[in-house]
Design a protein around this ligand. Structure first.
Ligand SMILES: [Mn+2]
Length: 304
């Protein structure tokens, strides 16, 4: 059996695309199952419950030689702990290619707003029957990753796919549905500060070292900003512990398309201000329209 796995710190796109691809492959007679590398966030739980889809089993390692399909990621650091022992047979993703493989494999990468868009296209292109529940989770994954088309990663293809999927799902008010998703994502209760930072966290190798960048997409920025001191202290701790050049925590106001970034030290504050022309209010770095780590933040660091 092929194991389909999304990235660590699973989000709605990675989880729903993996689940939908399991369904797609089963219709082609391929034995495959989706797994999650960690606890699902509340947005994903809301979406799965909404469409009656069971959450994937959580794993951290797989037996030596297991055949795996990577969904929504292709970097080792974002993948399963013992990736080196496993047999990658396929990659489906919408991020830039970073991986080296020891043999030819199927790689399917498209510059779309979400991995769910790629899976949805596979259904439509092959006229594969698409149930209301699978169409529902695909539509949700696209809405989540594109911040309901607010993110600059959005393409016209994503918009058309949501329309086509909603012909099957039949949601009357998509804007209202997206707000419910984002509110679910923003409802973090009394989450531990490190868990908050690592909810959607990735590390990147830039020219002068490795950096960590966490993103909190929210409809309630105060949830993050009210814990500023605690978050900054933890960013410093993570920087030391993980031996990083710097750590950033970007609080994204989804509905107003603005961001507020916290940093692990003075050098990082200066760097971020310089790179993004940010306004500094007591260590909170404000940038209008900066919402996408993939399309807006990482490329700027890569060119510094
Ligand atoms: Mn994605």
């Amino acid at each position: 059996m092929k194991h389909i796995i999304g990235h660590k710190n699973p989000d709605t796109d990675t989880t729903c695309s993996a689940l939908a691809y399991e369904n797609f492959l089963s219709k082609q007679g391929v034995d495959a199952k989706a797994f999650a590398l960690g606890k699902l966030n509340k947005e994903t739980e809301f979406v799965l419950e909404q469409f009656g889809v069971e959450a994937p089993e959580q794993i951290t390692e797989l037996p030596h030689g297991t055949e795996i399909i990577l969904l929504d990621h292709n970097e080792e650091k974002q993948s399963i702990d013992n990736l080196k022992d496993l047999d990658i047979v396929e990659i489906i993703d919408h991020h830039k290619v970073k991986i080296e493989t020891d043999k030819p494999i199927s790689i399917f990468i498209k510059p779309l707003g979400s991995s769910c868009s790629i899976i949805a296209e596979k259904y439509f292109d092959t006229n594969t029957q698409l149930s209301k529940s699978i169409a529902g989770i695909l539509l949700s994954g696209i809405i989540s990753d594109t911040l309901f088309f607010r993110s600059p990663t959005t393409t016209d293809v994503d918009k058309k796919l949501v329309e086509k999927l909603n012909d099957i799902v039949g949601i009357d008010d998509l804007e209202d549905f997206s707000l419910k998703m984002f509110d679910a994502k923003s409802d973090l209760g009394d989450i531990d500060v490190e868990d908050l930072i690592r909810l959607d966290y990735k590390t990147f190798d830039f020219s002068d070292g490795t950096y960590g960048i966490g993103v909190m997409e929210t409809t309630n920025i105060d949830f993050g900003l009210n814990r500023k001191d605690e978050i900054v202290a933890k960013l410093k701790e993570i920087k030391e512990k993980d031996n990083l050049k710097g750590v950033f925590f970007v609080i994204v106001d989804i509905l107003n398309e603005k961001s507020y970034t916290l940093c692990s030290g003075e050098n990082e504050i200066e760097l971020f201000k310089k790179l993004f022309n940010a306004t500094d209010k007591n260590g909170v770095l404000f940038v209008d329209k900066l919402v996408s780590r993939k399309k807006q933040i990482v490329p700027v660091f890569e060119n510094m």
